[in-house]
Design a protein around this ligand. Structure first.
Ligand SMILES: Nc1nc(=O)c2c([nH]1)NC[C@@H]1CN(c3ccc(C(=O)N[C@@H](CCC(=O)O)C(=O)O)cc3)C=[N+]21
Length: 298
């Protein structure tokens, strides 16, 4: 064997999605005088988080939406953060609220997330949205799994009856990804670092979603020939004296076996931000009593 997988170009896919969103935002302005607004809250000075937040703000403005950035010092108290959330919940120009995670030590992220108005919870992390997703009710869906689903559907068409293995059980990626795949009628396995014979479990996957956060942990010989591989990992490592970004999948060996694979960078990452914009538009439409925009929800 030993072909070469199709590379699923998340960067291009995300650019196309943002163009669609920009059109819909313009139409919403014309027809209803409504401009969606996204508030991003960043506590502390984590350099990686600062890069993401800047990138989110830039792309929000590029699609014609309003971006509100709230940068708070590392020393911010729980009460101060909760007071900001309350203000943003009450502000009708804010349709989406994202609190950048992780929060500095001492702050209770769970309490903060559950204080966000579920209708404005564009991350889809609020317990009410988690429950809605799990029961098949209309929810805000977490951005990374939503982006993965869009790429899978685009590549495979129907996912019905396929074996899907999600490696990783986080609330942010693994669990909601499994819910979305189950809703697509996949046979879903959630595996993780303690799974016995993880290699054998992965080899059964028609769809393999890697979201463990361990650099290049999944080699090509764990992959079923022809499988579709979605690599959610974003790991910064040093290689040959350089800082490089790698996924949870060993791309060089996986690309020889898989049918299709997302690269890192340029795969899931750009789709995550595009789906954040999609969710903000969806939230604005729902707030105005309008139907959900076409093609942006599961
Ligand atoms: N409340 C919250 N929601 C999030 O969605 C959230 C968060 N907190 N905290 C941090 C993580 C991380 N995250 C990324 C988004 C885009 C890229 C991305 O676009 N990556 C580029 C590369 C960027 C680079 O070079 O560093 C790529 O994969 O091609 C990466 C990571 C969202 N997160």
């Amino acid at each position: 064997m030993g072909g070469t997988a199709e590379i699923i170009d998340g960067k291009a896919f995300a650019a196309g999605l943002r163009a669609q969103i920009a059109e819909k935002v313009a139409a919403l302005k014309d027809a209803h005088g409504l401009t969606p607004g996204l508030a991003v809250v960043l506590v502390g000075e984590d350099p990686a988080s600062q890069v993401y937040v800047r990138s989110k703000g830039k792309q929000t403005v590029e699609v014609g939406m309003n971006s509100y950035e709230h940068r708070l010092p590392e020393t911010t108290s729980q009460d101060e953060l909760m007071a900001l959330i309350a203000r943003l919940n009450a502000d009708p120009s804010v349709h989406g609220i994202l609190v950048q995670l992780p929060l500095p030590g001492g702050l209770d992220a769970e309490a903060v997330i559950n204080a966000i108005d579920p209708a404005k919870d564009v991350d889809g992390f609020h317990i009410l949205n988690v429950g809605r997703l799990g029961t098949g009710q209309k929810a805000m869906v977490p951005c990374t799994p939503l982006g993965c689903l869009m790429m899978l559907r685009d590549h495979l068409g129907s996912l019905s009856g396929l074996n899907a293995v999600v490696v990783g059980r986080s609330n942010i990626v693994g669990k909601p990804m499994a819910q979305l795949l189950l809703a697509e009628s996949c046979t879903v396995t959630i595996a993780h670092s303690r799974t016995r014979d993880l290699a054998a479990v992965c080899r059964g996957a028609d769809i393999l979603v890697a979201a463990v956060g361990r650099p290049e942990m999944i080699p090509g010989d764990w992959i079923k020939p022809g499988a579709t591989v979605i690599d959610v990992g974003i790991n910064r490592i040093e290689r040959d004296g350089r800082n490089v970004l790698v996924g949870d999948v060993d791309f060089a060996s996986a690309v020889q076996v898989a049918g299709a694979i997302t690269p890192v960078p340029g795969g899931v990452g750009p789709m995550t931000i595009a789906c954040l914009l999609a969710n903000t538009l969806t939230a604005a439409c729902r707030a105005a009593g309008l139907p959900d925009p076409e093609g942006l929800t599961p």
